[in-house]
Design a protein around this ligand. Sequence first.
Ligand SMILES: *Cc1c(COP(=O)(O)O)cnc(C)c1O
Length: 413
Amino acid sequence: MNPDEIGLAQQLARGDLNLDQIRADTPGCQSQVFLDSAGSSLPPDPVLNTVIEHLRREAEVGGYRAAAERVDDIAAVKNSLGALIGAEPTSIALSDSATRSWNTFFQSVPIHAGDRILITEVEYAGAAVEVLHRARRAGASVDVIPSDDSGRVDLDALERSLDERVRLVSLVHAPTNSGLINPVREVSELAHSHGALVLLDACQSVGQMSLDVAELRVDALSATGRKWLRGPRGTGFLYVRPDLNIEPAEIDHHGAEWTEPGSYRIADDASRFEFWEYDVAARLGLGAAADYLLALGMHAVEHAVQSRAERTRDLLTLIPGIQVRDPGYGDTASYNQPRSGIVSFTVDGIDSYRVREQLAVRGVTVTVSPSMSTLLDMSARALPSVVRASPHYFCSDDDLDAFAAAVHDVVRS
Ligand SMILES: *Cc1c(COP(=O)(O)O)cnc(C)c1O
């Protein structure tokens, strides 16, 4: 093969993305530099149209008839999400947010006085307060597994902490405030060897990384629609390992059938964790978002996100007064782990909220991750907040250059 052919073969193997088409599908990325897919991304046109068309149909014929017309498409939403994470559709329960999904599983795990719950230093605030609340009510205790030098969960410390009283290990795949990626499978294997369950918060990984629940070996996983999946707001889902025999803490007549005046039968599959009523348009939109991603190919998306995030970090380090806050960045000698699409940084002498405002004025959308969102990690690193830039695959090189120029301008002004 000559070098040109090799290049082409590699491109095809990588399934390179058609950026022109993708950007044409994403009107929101044309008038600004959009770097907040870790917060709430820009849905592509097929998602937007799916939602609007269904709302319009509901207004024409009523919600029940409109849903009946789309039964197959509604059922297919779980097939699409399952395909994204290597799960059977019957192991997926749809909900209105990642937190709802997370709490649904967490509440269903029996936890009694004297039991232990393990979290890590990058635990998300929503789960952390729920863990503290439940532990207080149940008389259980919460222990934090420290991070190692790379920022990842310290597996030796985890092993030392595990005992037969640990019911659940809560692990965040990729935290909300940095480019860290935690070693999931290693945590699952350690936890299981001590009889503990693993609940994975995959909010910041689903939609930007290829992941496979069989390989990760988690017992449950929660994710949201509006972030890297580019789905509508108010959507999320829970995966529960099919052979896990766990009763939902709360049910209604969707998760269970009322069979006799005094008895009921809980559904065999993960629909036991769902309620009857939901936003049908949003759910169809979530399916359209998953289909859009599947059509692009998860590996191509992952490659695109990682290369854009690394390029963003490289551009930031060229600007005086900027500190990139992602684990291991700049430490190429000892850090060889991949990072997520979240780029976190601070600007010397300028508050993060002011940086965000000043970038907005210059047509760049980023967000701020405050200390409270990941209190343990941010306190340990003495950071009151970080600016968060999260470029998705629809961002162009020009976008990233414009972002760097805008940051430079903010620093100078
Ligand atoms: C955003 C986020 C959540 C919460 O997702 P919701 O859909 O808002 O409930 C949980 N964990 C992490 C790491 C997040 O970034």
